[in-house]
Design a protein around this ligand. Structure first.
Ligand code: ZN
Length: 110
């Protein structure tokens, strides 16, 4: 719910800056690690958007996979099942490159 509220707020702030009257679509990028359940977020977004200029806006959710980078050999790979082990050198010193972000990529307005 808090995430949905944030998204609505960010979208409204951006739309108001452009002088828009209505938000028709919000494109969101969310990392896999956020554990977002798309159907749930879309539902919450709809509730939060009620009685705002984002009411009825379509929420497009792009889930980015969890990607790690091995600090030993530099290998970049998709982390599966939270297994932070380099597939190349078996190193365990892994840096998270992607998969934790949450941002509004862009919005479409009228
Ligand atoms: Zn490695």
């Amino acid at each position: 719910m808090a995430i949905a509220r944030n998204i609505v707020n960010i979208a409204i702030t951006a739309a108001e800056k452009e002088g828009a009257k209505k938000i028709t679509r919000v494109n969101v990028v969310a990392g896999e690690l956020r554990g977002i359940i798309p159907a749930q977020l879309i539902f919450s977004f709809g509730l939060m958007a009620e009685n705002t200029i984002a009411s009825g806006a379509y929420l497009d959710l792009e889930i980015t996979p969890l990607i790690g980078k091995c600090k030993q050999c530099g290998e970049v790979f998709v982390v599966k099942d939270y297994c932070y082990v380099c597939p190349k050198c078996r190193g365990e010193d892994i840096q998270t490159v992607s998969g934790i972000e949450l941002r509004v990529k862009d919005i479409e307005v009228e």
